[in-house]
Design a protein around this ligand. Sequence first.
Ligand code: SAM
Length: 243
Amino acid sequence: THFGFKQVATEDKVKLVRGVFDSVAEKYDIMNDLMSLGIHRIWKRIAVQLCNVRSGEKVLDLAGGTGDLTTLLEKRAGKDGLCVLADINSEMLRTGRNRLIDRGLTGNIEYAQVNAECLPFEDNTFDCVIIGFGLRNVTDKDAALRSMHQVLKPGGRGLVLEFSHPTDPVTEKVYDFYSFSLLPKIGKFVAKDEDSYRYLAESIRMHPKQAELKTMMENAGFERCEFFNMTQGIVAVHRGYKI
Ligand code: SAM
């Protein structure tokens, strides 16, 4: 049946994505700095500013991986708040938890192994949900956005930080050369994994453009949706509210 076919395809992709992140979990942080020349730290800081998290709030860092966003969000939520670091991949989650504990961050952080497409949290739980460089890997993006919307409290913010599409042709040319020629080579030498970084470049090209993702958020129920381009649109933050 059509349904049966779709299920198999989804499982394959979930396995593929899981495999990709299993093989890079250890080198993940080094590669992020190397690939983005450290700029991912700035993208993350800006995204966290746009979260407007206040002391005492509950925040979900979805597809949180090694916990960069949680590290920044935890400070804003404070000791009375709560940050949940959630990821589908146990290896990423374990690496993330070790990192955060090593930084002395405990008490207001919890960990959850979840699939973004069907979040196991109760409706109206979080003041803010952010998915950073994760939506791209999710098979059913609409389901993930709906699920994010569902677990938000009324008045809560949903944010998507993700690679996007350059806003001018010069950036696009330079970026194409970088990601299709240079990036897989860096991946080969540093992470001994050319395929994962080829997959990265391809998944970025397949990801919906800024305006399309905004429409997808609206269709998932978010209101007052807007996006902010960073580094000429190489990365964008989308934000919407649950009213
Ligand atoms: N947010 C972190 C950051 O910005 O550094 C990690 C981003 S990492 C590129 C993407 C993460 O998405 C991986 O840890 C992967 O395991 C996770 N992921 C992929 N598919 C997922 C899904 N369906 N549900 C939850 N997490 C998923």
